[in-house]
Design a protein around this ligand. Structure first.
Ligand code: EPU
Length: 420
């Protein structure tokens, strides 16, 4: 298994480009199953999860084609199987996103039931109950969600008990081809939901209210092909900005969207960063100063994202003062904490809050990545450590960060990948 070796102590400086958003690209690729026409998806990030989604389409008989500009063309008219096998679902939970499109367009779907993962139990009961309320017959048997509908799904008033991102996306996709009107209440407001809605509208869907907690979808008879460019990745953007702040650096990230990062930019300013933004770039300068600790609480958008919690924990490790970080979205997203303490951090876990007392320096150690964002946080910890850090199990990072060591090298970091 590959490892990343980091020799910390360098202040990050320079410019990098941000890739397309993983969590937009995955539902948009699933949405290509809603039409028999050609859909071209541009600005896809080069990530392991994207490859897995393309593989999943492939195993259903859909052959995505990569064109000369690295855009992906999907013609799903050749679909032959309506099933997402366990071998793929176990490596990527977002495979559940094919459930809604398959069911509404083809009347049947079998998707392996995703299990728990390193950050929580992550059930999909709300996806299932919403589709049932739209007329689907669903049984869970032999580890699979087996869904079917006679004729078309029927629009309904759906109240989501919890704010769920992929749940909202699944129901929104299913509703595009349902009979009549669907109203999703307590919908996720995440920018990735809005990006998916924009793509669906390009395909002919009738959707309003995306970006608010009530999304209304008027079902149509059919959707058509389109060409759609995935929005920039806000979590990748935030991760590099936090890395720069932690190392007292000065960087500019380009091809991004400052307007969807308010909660993160405001925490970085509290940490002492000077931030400037343009239409598609963000510049951060610490003027060489040590960051100040911040306290925060994760919650659905527009509040502070759970996907950036671990990275801020890393920043707090070496910041001035003490910060409290509360995780409210997932029940077990503190696996990185124990690795950071092995690097000399002073972190206490109290229920769903971690209290981080900033220390002057961390010390490199061999550490193990447990999930995608935890891996990113351990890399940030390595960047602010004395001596060498080796991060093991980095397949997690390749699921969600495109060429991370190359981008960090561009910013001056001493980081290299060591093949197994
Ligand atoms: N939940 C339920 N029942 C459901 C669905 C969700 O109880 O049927 C609970 C979950 O267990 C969790 C909460 O609701 O406690 C929110 O989970 P959500 O469904 O919103 O998460 P998700 O859709 O599975 C997406 C992202 C995650 C991100 C979360 C929260 C994708 C592909 N994944 O997951 O991204 O953390 O929303 O914003 O969009 C990552 O990129 O590293 C990542 C984990």
């Amino acid at each position: 298994m590959d490892r990343l070796i980091i020799n910390g102590g360098v202040r990050l400086s320079g410019e990098i480009r941000i890739a397309g958003a993983k969590n937009s690209a995955l539902p948009i690729l699933a949405a290509t199953l809603l039409t028999d026409d050609l859909v071209t998806v541009c600005n896809l990030p080069h990530l392991y999860d994207i490859t897995t989604m393309l593989e999943l389409l492939g195993c259903m008989g859909v052959q995505p084609v990569i064109d000369e500009k690295l855009n992906v063309e999907v013609d799903s008219s050749t679909i032959a199987h309506f099933s997402a096998p366990y071998e793929l679902v176990k490596t990527m939970r977002a495979s559940i996103l094919v459930l809604g499109p398959l069911l509404t367009h083809h009347g049947c779907a079998e998707v392996a039931l995703p299990g728990g993962c390193a950050i929580g139990s992550r059930p999909v009961n709300l996806h299932i109950s919403a589709l049932e309320a739209m007329g689907a017959k669903i049984i869970v048997e032999d580890g699979y969600i087996k869904a079917s509908v006679e004729g078309r799904l029927t629009g309904n008033q759906i109240f989501m008990d919890m704010v769920t991102v992929t749940g909202t996306e699944n129901v929104m996709m299913a509703a595009t081809l349902a009979k009549g009107k669907t109203v999703i209440e307590n919908a996720a407001r995440e920018p990735e939901v809005v990006d998916l809605a924009s793509c669906l509208i390009e395909m002919g869907a009738k959707i309003t209210g995306q970006g608010t907690d009530t999304i209304t979808i008027e079902g149509v008879e059919r959707l058509h092909g389109c060409k759609y460019s995935v929005m920039p990745d806000r979590i990748e953007t935030g991760t590099y900005l936090i890395a720069a702040a932690a190392t007292r650096g000065n960087i500019k990230v380009k091809d991004t969207r400052p307007d969807i990062l308010d909660s993160v930019l405001s925490k970085l300013e509290q940490a002492g960063a000077k931030i400037k933004v343009g239409p598609d770039w963000i510049a951060l300068d610490m003027h060489g100063e040590r960051p100040k600790s911040v306290s925060l609480r994760t919650a659905p958008y527009p509040a502070f994202p759970t996907d950036m919690q671990a990275q801020f924990t890393a920043l707090n490790c070496i910041a001035e003062g003490t910060g409290a970080i509360t995780e409210t979205v997932f029940e077990n997203r503190f696996m990185h904490v124990h690795e950071m303490n092995r690097m000399g951090a002073s972190i206490k876990v109290e229920g769903n809050t971690v209290i981080v007392e900033g220390v002057e320096a961390l010390f490199g150690a061999p550490v193990m990545a447990t999930d995608l964002r935890a891996s990113a946080s351990l890399i940030i910890a390595g960047l602010v450590s004395e001596h060498e850090t080796s991060v093991d199990r980095i397949y997690h990072i390749d699921r969600g960060y495109e060429c991370i060591e190359e981008k960090l090298q561009l910013l001056g970091a001493r980081i290299r990948r060591v093949p197994a």
